[in-house]
Ligand binder design. Structure first.
Ligand SMILES: *Cc1c(COP(=O)(O)O)cnc(C)c1O
Length: 360
């Protein structure tokens, strides 16, 4: 069977090399006579896998030594409560920049524990841009400021980070982790569900500056305390072992490509191809303001919902799958993560031109 081009937002396409390697090692991992799935998380073989994954994350992202890396479960969504439980510990004040669904979810959770303030929002234009952020918009004594670096649903992305003064910046990088270089030192905490850009579902990567640890709220369940996981190298309980292994294979592939500084060039090339096609089209309308366009999730529509549906159906029949937009925003969304080859975007652009000719 031929593989298709999968433009789904997540779980999403993964590098074929990583899948083939997993297939090869499925029944007998590295001479152990068993699959990674069957292996004790306390075995030397698995410890080597999870240690290797941490090394790769540190190397590929340039994570400084004063940051801890955790491999957790519960998805990026669990972080919406785990972060305030651990970091909202001084003045019980948190600032958020509202850029759509994922910051809405974070806001709801933060609100349970103290004062959550939306300092800026792009809701007035249906979250199609990133608000301008001035340093004096932020609360002076906020415990942290929460942003969503790349909004998967709307297709927006920060190209400039806000100056939040003394308040640590916390960023949801679920859909852009390792897609472009980021300076980890600018952040107090970064978190990402793996299933967009670096692996399968079931694994969440959290990177946190050490000095922010150890002051969780008294009510925090043990499993929700970061120190439970930082003091046990993410092996307090059974981690999602197979996801840890798959993520390592994906990052080995990324390293082979040349790392983040190389993949960003390919990502920029793919995004340009698609946005240029949208800007030059008389049928398709790109959804997001030019300056804030995501490299990973490209959102667009025709202005006619029936035609949008027709486009998605015909595209899928051509092996261009998963292009229907988020269920509430509708329209189209092509997710072009690290693992989407340039040839996939070329095939999509060529089908868009053909569809435009046949439907205008
Ligand atoms: C997908 C996504 C989430 C939710 O991730 P889960 O792992 O499903 O909890 C949160 N934030 C962003 C930016 C996402 O893309």
């Amino acid at each position: 069977m031929d593989r298709i081009y999968n433009f789904a937002a997540g779980p999403a396409c993964m590098p074929e090399e990583a899948l083939v390697r997993a297939q090869k090692e499925m029944l007998n991992y590295n001479g152990t006579g068993m699959s990674v799935m069957e292996m004790s998380h306390r075995s030397p073989s698995f410890e080597e896998i999870i240690d290797g994954l941490e090394c790769l994350v540190r190397e590929l992202m340039g994570v400084p030594n004063n940051y801890k890396v955790m491999f957790l479960q519960g998805g990026a969504s669990s972080q919406f409560s785990m972060i305030p439980l651990n970091l909202m510990n001084k003045n019980k004040k948190v600032d958020l920049v509202m850029t759509g669904l994922w910051t809405q979810r974070a806001y709801e959770e933060v609100s349970r524990y103290g004062s959550a303030k939306i300092v800026a929002s792009s809701e007035d234009k249906n979250f199609t841009y990133i608000p301008e952020l001035d340093p004096d918009m932020f609360t002076k004594d906020a415990d942290y400021v929460h942003i969503c670096y790349n909004n998967t649903v709307y297709g927006t992305r920060y190209t400039r980070l806000p100056d939040t003064g003394d308040a640590p910046l916390v960023a949801d990088v679920s859909s852009c982790i390792m897609s472009e270089p980021i300076d980890v030192r600018r952040f107090g905490l970064l978190f990402a569900g793996a299933q967009k850009n670096i692996g399968p579902s079931g694994l969440t990567v959290v990177i946190v500056r050490e000095d922010l640890l150890g002051n969780h709220m008294d009510i925090t369940p043990l499993m929700m305390q970061y120190t439970t996981h930082t003091s046990t190298k993410s092996l307090y309980n059974t981690p999602s072992t197979f996801s840890v292994y798959m993520c390592k294979l994906v990052l080995e592939w990324l390293k082979g490509v040349g790392g983040v500084s190389e993949i960003v060039k390919i990502n920029e090339q793919k995004a340009k191809l698609l946005y240029d096609a949208l800007d030059g089209s008389k049928l398709f309308i790109p959804s997001v303001a030019k300056k804030d366009r995501s490299l990973m999730n490209v959102t667009f529509r025709t202005g006619n919902e029936d035609l949008d549906t027709k486009f998605c159906t015909e595209a899928a029949a051509r092996g261009l799958d998963g292009i229907a937009g988020y269920r509430a925003t509708k329209g189209m969304r092509a997710s072009i993560y690290n693992a989407m080859p340039l040839s996939g975007v070329e095939a999509l652009v060529s089908f868009m031109k053909e569809f435009e000719q046949n439907n205008t």
